[in-house]
Design a protein around this ligand. Structure first.
Ligand code: GDP
Length: 436
């Protein structure tokens, strides 16, 4: 519970073993006792106390640790509600932390990222943001603009000093600087999106090439952290795996996985359909057989797509290799594998990591944008910088240029939440789960 009344409500429902006056309760302490209703003991609990302002929300807070059954938790929640507590909205605790100024909006949003993180790197990016590293960088950019803004305002207010020329040089320099910095942030979203959503990957190939063997090999590796997600097309599911730091969202059509016996083999039409939905394709070929027309069709499908050619079954006598004309002409990276003997998987991961530039992500030094809202605002701010520069080239008066500078600041303020509407705040926190 959080809020002014929370200790009062607690007093009505909690009997600590050692009674003491409410005013004597210290923050960061835990008390042992019973939750009671109408004089009847409901459960043996521990209650942690946090006193304003030293709490998650900056308000008085308490946490009741009960035994973890469904019924008992629900019952205690009901007792709290009966005694005056209100059910929190999704994300309400974090929202209060933001509204009470303990964290900014960027940090509040990173709480969801931390909770939902599926890979180490994504988690690290979330934690960095929660710590306020991205906020700090945004603040530094804002500071640069505000410093120049001071001169601009002075020139507008005191034109008689005739410092406009100096100020214009100053603005131009500053804009170039912040454009460069914001562009790096904007670009980081390419990787941020991959970290968050995974590379949407399809495995295609003619029947018996080894699609399901490859999929199973990848999934088996990291079985523990495979998450099944409802796919975007009917009868597909997507499975999120992180292999050696590479987040892959594998499109698994109903059947690829078990196609070896149970379900019908996946044909070319289906492969085309799968390929359409993917950002990245693993095209798999049976190297123990000559290329068939189906194989050639597959080579055609991947032409325009980011893809890797996998020559599978190298444990058998090979009929095709990287020098086979059609394979060579496809101009794609080629990995030789035996999914049966589990060979070639490391090389495959290395190649994927290289192709997507994931090796370059250094979360110890670089901030990375993972949130589309932030990315859009950065893009808008960059746009305003260019408009400001154009206005200067066109010899617009200083007060017009000042409008563009203010626009940049407003966009950056929307990211940190210094300037943001209630609607946006509500929208952001509605994505949280209950109790966060
Ligand atoms: P799919 O139809 O493309 O999904 O192909 P499967 O993964 O079901 O594989 C077809 C057959 O090829 C199965 O009998 C597999 O055991 C076999 N197979 C798959 N990969 C290899 C490999 O690397 N070497 C050998 N010798 N056989 C393989």
């Amino acid at each position: 519970m959080s809020g002014e009344e929370c200790f009062k409500i607690l007093e009505k429902i909690f009997i600590p073993k050692t009674q003491n006056n409410q005013n004597e309760i210290k923050g960061y302490t835990i008390k042992y006792g019973y939750i009671v209703e109408n004089g009847k003991k409901i459960d043996e609990v521990l209650v942690s106390y946090f006193k304003s302002p030293k709490s998650y929300t900056r308000e008085n807070m308490c946490e009741i640790n009960t035994h973890g059954g469904n019924l008992i938790v629900r019952k205690i929640l009901e007792i709290c509600l009966k005694n005056g507590a209100e059910l929190a909205e999704p994300g309400e605790f974090t929202k209060r932390a933001f509204l009470n100024g303990r964290i900014d909006l960027l940090q509040a949003e990173s709480v969801i990222d931390v909770i939902n993180a599926k890979s180490e790197k994504e988690l690290k990016a979330g934690i960095n943001q929660l710590e306020g590293r991205l906020s700090k960088e945004i603040k530094e950019i804002k500071k640069k603009i505000m410093e120049v803004m001071v001169s601009v305002e002075a020139d507008i207010d005191y034109p008689e000093y005739d410092l406009e020329e100096v100020t214009l040089v100053e603005i131009n320099q500053m804009l170039d600087e912040v454009i460069e910095e914001m562009k790096i942030l904007e670009k980081s979203f390419d990787n941020g999106k991959i970290l968050k959503e995974g590379i949407k990957t399809a495995i295609i190939g003619k029947p018996n090439a080894g699609k399901s063997s490859l999929l199973n090999l990848i999934l088996d590796e990291e079985r523990a952290i495979v998450t099944e997600i409802e796919g975007t097309t009917r009868d597909t599911i997507e499975e999120f795996v992180t292999v050696e730091g590479i987040p892959l969202k594998l499109i698994d059509t109903a059947g690829i996985r078990d196609s070896s016996d149970k379900v019908e083999k996946i044909g070319i039409e289906k492969s085309i359909e799968i390929a359409k939905n993917a950002d990245f394709i693993l095209a798999i070929f049976d190297s123990s057989k000559d290329l068939t027309d189906e194989d050639k069709q597959i080579l055609d499908i991947i032409k325009e797509k980011k893809s890797i050619i996998i020559l599978n079954k190298i444990d058998l006598e090979t009929k095709i290799d990287e020098n086979t004309r059609e394979i060579k002409e496809a101009c794609k990276s080629i990995i030789k594998m035996s999914t049966l003997k589990q060979q070639g998987l490391r090389e495959l991961y290395e190649k994927i990591s290289e192709m997507f530039g994931l090796e370059e992500i250094n979360l110890d030094n670089d901030n990375i944008i993972t949130n589309i809202r932030h990315k859009n605002l950065i893009s808008k701010a960059i746009n305003s910088c260019y408009e400001g520069k154009k206005a200067m080239e066109n010899k617009m008066p200083l007060d017009i240029i000042a409008i563009f500078l203010r626009e940049i600041l407003e966009n950056l303020d929307c990211i940190t939440g210094d300037f943001v509407t209630d609607d946006i705040i509500n929208e952001i926190f509605s994505k949280f789960c209950l109790g966060k």
